[in-house]
Design a binder for this molecule. Structure first.
Ligand code: HEC
Length: 145
């Protein structure tokens, strides 16, 4: 919102009033709340997928399960995923590490399982990715500091 306002100020000062009006409407509308509950709904949906596909190795709630980092043998704790990645959630890296296709990669089998559970349409991949993204929303919601 702030960006839209400053953009309006710089490029089209005359539009500032309109932009400010829109900002006010957005602030008053239940939009922000809807966004929060959307995030919660996504995390809840992601939890169901996490329980189905990920707990066997990562443990319930993102808590350490049997999965370990091959270099250190340290248990993977997905509740510390953000902390391990410098305080941000690296979406592209998350997708790449889960959607593995090399035969011996730890996620090759689970990614195939997720893919094969989707109807065989051209949207199969994006729908399967949706599952991976929802799981990310869930994992975001269980981060410990
Ligand atoms: C068959 C066991 C197994 C299953 C099932 C599994 N994982 Fe993993 N996962 C591992 C292992 C082993 C590692 C550590 C090795 C590595 O990072 O490549 C790992 C690492 C990860 C990492 C990287 C963590 C980091 O700190 O960068 C993410 C993210 C991840 N798993 C997500 C998932 C998600 C999401 C699911 C469910 C869709 C899942 N895993 C299912 C075994 C598994």
């Amino acid at each position: 919102m702030y960006e839209i306002l400053s953009w309006a100020r710089v490029k089209h000062p005359a539009h500032l009033v309109v932009a400010a009006g829109a900002a006010l409407l957005l602030a008053l509308a239940p939009g922000a709340e809807a966004e929060d509950s959307l995030g919660e709904a996504q995390a809840a949906a992601g939890r169901a997928w996490y329980d189905k596909y990920c707990t066997q190795c990562h443990g319930p709630g993102g808590a350490p399960g049997s999965a370990v980092y091959p270099d250190t043998n340290e248990k993977v704790d997905l509740r510390r995923y953000v902390a391990r990645h410098g305080g941000r959630f690296p979406a592209g890296e998350w997708i790449a590490v889960v959607e593995q296709t090399e035969a011996r990669a730890p996620h090759a089998e689970v990614w195939r399982e997720i893919l094969e559970a989707q109807p065989q349409t051209m949207a199969r991949r994006p729908v399967a990715r949706g599952v991976v993204v929802l799981i990310a929303e869930y994992i975001k919601s269980v981060q410990t500091k």
